[in-house]
Design a protein around this ligand. Structure first.
Ligand SMILES: C[S@@+](CC[C@H](N)C(=O)[O-])C[C@H]1O[C@@H](n2cnc3c(N)ncnc32)[C@H](O)[C@@H]1O
Length: 244
């Protein structure tokens, strides 16, 4: 399928992620000290087994979350991602898990989903909103494809509150992460390590948490809740698609 016209942010994300998939699954865990695994589980906990029967997992990457959804909830899952190289590894992961029949992967953009209104029962997205030009419009597009009453859940990095933990977070993201990225994954992971801290801080300067919660509501999601994870390093959000 041809992905609709890409904007500048999309091209940037593709350039960033295309060289990463070979080491993505292991380094996402190592560089987060295993927190990524906890955060994923916390997000998937909000899907309702048996009720969210078809789940769209947006920004699926190498399909780790799509596989966990299929495994833990019994849902049929469509994983969608912008970067073909990530999906290629995702396909191998799906086959290795023996879940080809239940998990399908699709190349596409979150901003323009190739689905009708209310087409899926549940939707997840992870580490996405920093890569889109208009988070509010993207949230509306994500909510559009979920049936009323369906679950929407997300996982993103967060900026720890100012003070002690922000100080350590800054030190980790500015100094340790680039060097650890270089040692474990090479030059491409050094670039990611350098990019991540300023990207997270810049995003929340522009779109603070209170803005994000309100943006979910504006997108037509009700009962919006969040859990701040790991001293403010991660954010799990969930809610229910409202009836129009
Ligand atoms: C940090 S990775 C996370 C992958 C996966 N969610 C996980 O947690 O393992 C971010 C992913 O978002 C994808 N992405 C970025 N912008 C996107 C967009 N506009 N639409 C769909 N996917 C996007 C990238 O291609 C990349 O695979």
């Amino acid at each position: 399928m041809q992905v609709p016209a890409l904007d500048e942010r999309n091209s940037f994300a593709q350039r960033l992620f295309a060289p990463l998939p070979a080491h993505y699954d292991s380094l996402a865990e190592v560089l987060s000290f295993g927190q990524n695994r906890r955060w994923r589980r916390a997000m998937v906990d909000h899907l309702a087994p048996g009720r969210d029967k078809v789940v769209l997992d947006v920004a699926a990457g190498t399909a780790g979350i799509s596989l966990q959804i299929a495994d833990r909830t019994g849902a049929r899952v469509v994983g969608l991602d912008l970067t073909r190289e990530m999906l290629r590894y995702g396909l191998a992961n799906v086959s290795a898990a023996g879940l080809d029949g239940r998990v399908t992967l699709l190349n596409g953009r979150a901003e323009q989903l190739p689905f009708a209104d209310a087409a899926v029962d549940g939707l997840t997205f992870s580490y996405l909103l920093r890569y889109v030009a208009d988070p509010q419009a993207t949230l509306a597009e994500l909510a559009r494809v979920v049936r009323p009453g369906g679950t929407i859940a997300s996982l993103e990095f967060l900026l720890p509150p100012a003070g002690f933990w922000r100080f350590w977070w800054r030190g980790y993201t500015r100094l340790v992460l680039p060097v650890a990225g270089l040692i474990t994954g090479g030059r491409q992971w050094y670039q990611v390590g350098r990019f991540l801290g300023p990207s997270i801080a810049g995003h929340y300067r522009r779109y603070p948490l209170a803005w994000t919660v309100e943006a979910w509501r504006q997108a037509g999601i009700r009962d919006v809740s969040c859990a701040v994870m790991s001293l403010g390093g991660g954010l799990v959000m969930w809610g229910t698609r409202a009836s129009d």
